[in-house]
Design a protein around this ligand. Structure first.
Ligand SMILES: CC(C)(COP(=O)(O)OP(=O)(O)OC[C@H]1O[C@@H](n2cnc3c(N)ncnc32)[C@H](O)[C@@H]1OP(=O)(O)O)[C@@H](O)C(=O)NCCC(=O)NCCS
Length: 162
């Protein structure tokens, strides 16, 4: 079974492209598998239509399906990552690194000096990812993430100097 799955997961079979607003439904489908509460397609579409939008998707398979996304904005000399996610069966294959590096390249081209993001302080996977890329903690928002039935969790603001 594993031998059937692994070639499909090979990142060489994945490609990265700009996220157009037409992909909002598909991105919302993946977002809903990864986040609670999830963002609906209309909210994602309006983010992708924003003039400052700098967003990428990773696709694989035939027909090409979305296996990862990064939704960002680039304004003046700062970029912000609003959401990033990778399909569960594609995680730990370097896709999020690729998406973040793609966004960082676009931000540098746009003459951004720093990239900011917010992450729940208990999201160990995301924290490890951002630290690996050199993001550093620059602030904290107390009880920022409110999850139904659970105690609110602080958000850490992290920044990467480009
Ligand atoms: C966080 C997330 C985007 C990482 O995506 P990914 O494609 O699996 O990440 P990568 O394969 O590029 O990982 C790069 C590095 O990040 C760290 N990392 C990623 N996932 C990790 C995990 N589950 N546990 C520990 N470290 C992890 C590792 O250092 C990893 O390098 P390594 O595999 O060589 O050890 C993915 O787990 C996800 O979609 N999670 C749900 C949504 C989410 O929490 N998004 C972030 C919101 S702020």
């Amino acid at each position: 079974m594993t031998s059937n799955v692994m070639p499909f997961r090979n990142v060489k079979h994945a490609s990265m492209l700009w996220a157009s607003p037409e992909r909002a439904e598909e991105i919302a489908g993946l977002h809903a598998k990864l986040f609670d509460p999830a963002w609906d397609a209309a909210a994602i579409k309006s983010l992708l239509e924003h003039p400052a939008a700098t967003s990428l998707i990773a696709v694989a398979g035939s027909p090409k399906a979305i296996i990862g996304f990064i939704i960002g904005q680039l304004a003046a000399d700062e970029a912000e990552i609003l959401s990033i996610g990778v399909a569960p069966n594609w995680q730990r294959a370097g896709l999020a690194m690729g998406l973040l590096e793609g966004l960082a390249r676009a931000a540098r081209r746009g003459e951004a000096k720093r990239i900011f993001l917010e992450v729940a302080e208990d999201n160990e996977a995301a924290l490890a990812l951002y630290r690996k890329l050199g993001f550093e903690e620059v602030g904290r928002r107390k009880r920022y993430y409110v999850r139904p039935g659970n105690a609110a969790v602080d958000a850490l603001t992290m920044a990467l100097t480009l």
